[in-house]
Design a binder for this molecule. Structure first.
Ligand SMILES: CC(C)(COP(=O)(O)OP(=O)(O)OC[C@H]1O[C@@H](n2cnc3c(N)ncnc32)[C@H](O)[C@@H]1OP(=O)(O)O)[C@@H](O)C(=O)NCCC(=O)NCCS
Length: 160
């Protein structure tokens, strides 16, 4: 698969909730350290009510979902937050995630933000290795970040 051949589009999560949730649940099953709850309504609420994020999807030319990223613009903090990033498990380690984070950083720069930040479960080894590889550093550790008793690392990267 050539990452450059993937098509990027912004979606309305509510309209594409069924396929997005099916995809998300598959990713969460492959990586149990990813925060996830049963049910489409949870995902809708997490992405659009608990957090005011916007979502972009990466699809193959034949329309198969390969990954998605949900971003929160935080002008007051001069930052863009990656709320969620998921790549289809059979496509891991093919640089799709790198491409998606690059997209987030370009978007942040376009909006004039000076950094990208995100929270990840301290137990999410693959995500931690991924963010470190992309130049993110751990700014702090927060207990009970999503109220479920788990420790989150807050990663950030200054943009230039
Ligand atoms: C984290 C995730 C988005 C990474 O996407 P990806 O497309 O597989 O990542 P890339 O191929 O761009 O990886 C870039 C580099 O990150 C590092 N990396 C990525 N996954 C890794 C893993 N499982 N173990 C160690 N390093 C890893 C590697 O250095 C990799 O480069 P390499 O393959 O040449 O060694 C993907 O694994 C995923 O969807 N995980 C489940 C959901 C999740 O945990 N999201 C993060 C929530 S905070």
């Amino acid at each position: 698969m050539d990452v450059r051949s993937l098509k990027i589009s912004k979606i309305d999560v509510k309209e594409e909730l069924g396929p997005l949730y099916t995809f998300d649940a598959r990713v969460a099953k492959a990586n149990p350290a990813l925060l996830a709850r049963d049910g489409e309504e949870w995902l809708l609420s997490f992405l659009t009510k608990e957090h005011d994020s916007e979502t972009w999807v990466w699809k193959t030319e034949s329309g198969d979902l390969v990954g998605y990223i949900s971003l929160i613009d935080k002008p007051k903090e001069n930052s863009m937050e990656v709320l969620r990033i998921c790549v289809d498990p059979p496509k891991w380690r093919k640089k799709v995630g790198t491409e998606m984070m690059d997209f987030a950083e370009k978007m942040a720069l376009k909006l004039g933000r000076r950094k990208v930040d995100l929270a990840t479960n301290k137990a999410n080894a693959q995500a931690i290795a991924f963010y470190k590889k992309l130049g993110y550093r751990i700014a702090k550790e927060v207990e009970n970040y999503y109220g479920e008793g788990e420790i989150r690392y807050i990663f950030e990267k200054a943009l230039s």
